[in-house]
Design a protein around this ligand. Sequence first.
Ligand code: FAD
Length: 339
Amino acid sequence: MAFTATVGNQQVSCGEDQSMLDAFLRAGVWMPNSCNQGTCGTCKLRVVDGDVDHGDSPADTLTAEEREAGLALACQARLRSDSVVETLGGAVGGGITHPLRDLTATVLSNDEIARDTRRLLLELPEPLAFHPGQYVELTVPGTQLRRQYSLANTADEDKVLELHVRSVSGGAATERWIFTSMAVGDQIPVTGPLGDFFLPAEDSDDGGPMVLIGGGTGLAPLIGLARTALSRDPGRRVLLYHGVRGVDDLYNLDQMAELTKVYPAFTFVPVLSHEAPAAESVHREGFPTDHFIEDVDSARGWSGWLCGPPPMVEAGVRAFKRRRMAPRMIHREKFTPAT
Ligand code: FAD
């Protein structure tokens, strides 16, 4: 059985057991979204008319008062009747995006690139259109567990996806699959693209300076974003901080050196939080967000891009605001654990 959701002048058919977000994105109709697991609240919308089942919507993301007021999380809610919905805050409801798709990928490589960190290269049977900075979901074999991993690719690299994965102790996807049993040649289901962590379209990109701060594997989407921004304007000021615990956690240093050589206004700053940098090294000590405050007097007119552990992302938002970055220019992707 399917019901119809109407948003603006668009109508989308939603299966009985399909989230509204899934139905909209598969139909190529844009809806704001980020974590796709009910924890961030980005996809919150208003059900103006109709009934929904809130499913597993967590009470701290969608409060009882919000449910009462007709709000719902699109990534969790299932329609129980034909409904009319509105996105909040005038966000895009009727735009077209790259449709969400299910593909079966072949594992091309699964290599250790830093301490507890793997690079996965996944070959797709056909190209997947996405915006650099978005992510895909992998389903852990033999389970219904889905885990999100950001794409390190630029848009033209649409046939072999590059993911950076950090091991989590006892983790179903990481320690018990990717770091142990996932082998080259394995066929794995991939769903994507998802998320709203991407640059404005080229014709509405103001070309202003950018600061990107990644913690650990939070570097992944920043690579695609930085390379895309620099290819649009090779003279653009792009400041990329990579925060890690120690030198052994750094990776893609050759790529960073190459970008620094090719683009004079690109700066890469590796920052170690739990290790004193060796004498004469380019590494800094402490937290990347603090270094940004020291390095940049005013971030008016800048855009900011934060990705990685939620506390680092929150610290970055505070740092950007302290340097007067406009809130609408602050973009974040939090690696929230699955609930
Ligand atoms: P789980 O089985 O989910 O967790 C095992 C235990 O560890 C649980 O108790 C859990 O609460 C806890 N736990 C989980 N994660 C952490 C953590 N980070 N720190 C401390 N405790 C934790 N990860 C990447 O490595 N690279 C990415 O590019 C990436 N992109 C993401 C994009 C998005 C939008 C989101 C929401 C998450 C992303 N993540 C990324 C995190 C990833 O999706 C998984 O949550 C992570 O790999 C752990 O999955 P797991 O199944 O191994 O662990």
